[in-house]
Design a protein around this ligand. Sequence first.
Ligand SMILES: Cc1ncc(COP(=O)(O)O)c(C=O)c1O
Length: 428
Amino acid sequence: MITKPISFEYIEDKAHLGGHSLLDLVETYKTPLYVLDKDTICHNSKQFLDPLKAHYPNSKVLYAGKANLTLGIAQLITELGLHLDVSSGGELYTAIKAGVPPSNIYFHGNNKTHEELNLAIQHGVTCIIDNKQELENLCHLHKGKNRIEVLIRLKPEIDAHTHKYIRTGQLDSKFGIEKKDCIPFIKEILKHPKLTFKGLHSHIGSQIFDDKPFLELINIMIPIMKEIKETLNIDIQELNCGGGMGIFYSDNDHPLDIQSFIESFCDSFKKECHQHQLALPTLLFEPGRSLIGPAGITLYKIGAIKPIEQIKTYLFVDGGMADNPRPITYGANYSFDTVIKNERPLHHYSIAGKFCESGDILGENIALEACEVGEYILVFGTGAYNYSMASNYNRNCRPAMIMVDQSGITELVRRESYDDLIRLDQML
Ligand SMILES: Cc1ncc(COP(=O)(O)O)c(C=O)c1O
């Protein structure tokens, strides 16, 4: 279980990542600063790819781009042998511009616009159809154009025990069609000469620590695959089991061991297929957070410390809810540390951002060696759903994001400037 990026260490009391002193990085790139550890991304990719190669070679790992996607990240994940799932025209455009082969891209979304569908058709990426209207739109839009491969997103109707905002598999979820509608839906697809039905997709939710809901998914998919075989005489070619494997943010989080999870999932799936005389489809997983989340840290500078006698001490940092909206959105917890170890006594802080919202708190009651204004702190586990969810709230510039390893520093996204903020504004 990785609780910190692989290459993170204190050398002579100063935090380092990929061999680079974080103090040097903040001097060059300023704060707030997102830093990704390339070694951790490579390691986490192998945690999926290696056991799949051994236990289910006919498989693909799609990186869920919503976790964190830039041109450089799209290039890296392609180099690592991962495929990509995108969930908007913007993510698709990024992937195409980065040179990701369209055949590696799967396009998600419960309300893809006509413009987005046209982009998908133009590049021939696989579409994961969410609902009937989308099927109609796709059929209508791509008349006379190239063939499109499609998967159907099914609600597995599993209630994974995670925060309600990141639960997706239950019956009342906005994503996907109901199991009972699957056969008529496939029949509709088959009627259309330019659509190729490839298979099924399901994603049960995010930040899941238990392998049971994933194994339950097998028990749900097998009867559907069987029904498709018996009613339509179709062996599905692809089964996408989604992502959602949880990561360590704080002491309550106990992530799955990915290698053994993949092993046991594949073994159970093969056994079930065999028992039900079903051909083995290509098996797809689409993790986001577990690939890139643990690789990230965010660096902040302390701007002020405000004690409220006998109640709490606020530590004000130069970022907050705009670069990390997860705490204010769903009460997410994080682990913190100081960039320099100084052996001062521990002190408990409420780490607050600089945005005009009382709820802009990154962490409550966080024990750190006593801090002083002008020093730096770091937050672990910010590689996923931080940069990708960031905003310009209060007209603040979004931070830079860099990736580091022993061979150097790559600037993935430069820091925004005030000119960037007004770039699209029009004067009256
Ligand atoms: C369809 C789908 N696939 C994959 C993911 C990735 O989930 P995670 O980053 O938790 O692995 C999500 C996340 O919301 C999703 O909705």
